[in-house]
Write a new protein. Structure first.
Length: 141
């Protein structure tokens, strides 16, 4: 729930995005440079897995300029992380209502409220940890 309301990616996603940005820079180096040789050998295996998971081809990063490549991987990474996030939420029965409310991985407006108690109450309602009878009743048995 926290990742969804704050719009955060999992820790691995920014690292993979940075890796793909660096892959683009290193692939533009001249032939024979040591860093480019590393890209062709060592980095290729894991980078190819990331490209495949984002449904990107090896040729795409060569065809785009740096700005276009950054925009492409940001969009693809956002879509990939959102789909994984949605699947994880569907597996948790406690968050069945939250899944119907929240469909995009982005910062929620209620987090900007100045009133701390209002933020806490809304977060509890959204996450299924409120003091409502529907939540507390299951523990009275």
């Amino acid at each position: 729930m926290v990742l969804g309301d704050l719009g955060w990616w999992e820790l691995k996603a920014p690292w993979e995005k940075a890796r793909l940005k660096l892959l683009k820079k290193l692939s533009e180096l001249d032939e024979g440079e040591y860093a480019r040789e590393l890209v062709n050998d060592i980095w290729r295996v894991y980078s190819d897995k990331i490209l495949h998971s984002l449904k990107l081809s090896k040729i795409e990063y060569k065809m785009k300029d740096q700005r276009g490549w950054k925009a492409t991987i940001t969009d693809r990474m956002q879509n990939h992380v959102e789909s994984q996030w949605r699947e994880n939420m569907k597996r948790k029965a406690k968050l069945r209502t939250y899944v119907t409310i929240k469909d995009k991985l982005q910062l929620e407006p209620y987090l900007h409220f100045k009133n701390r108690l209002a933020r806490i109450s809304l977060a509890r309602l959204r996450g299924g940890t409120s003091f409502l009878r529907i939540e507390t009743g299951r523990y009275d048995k």
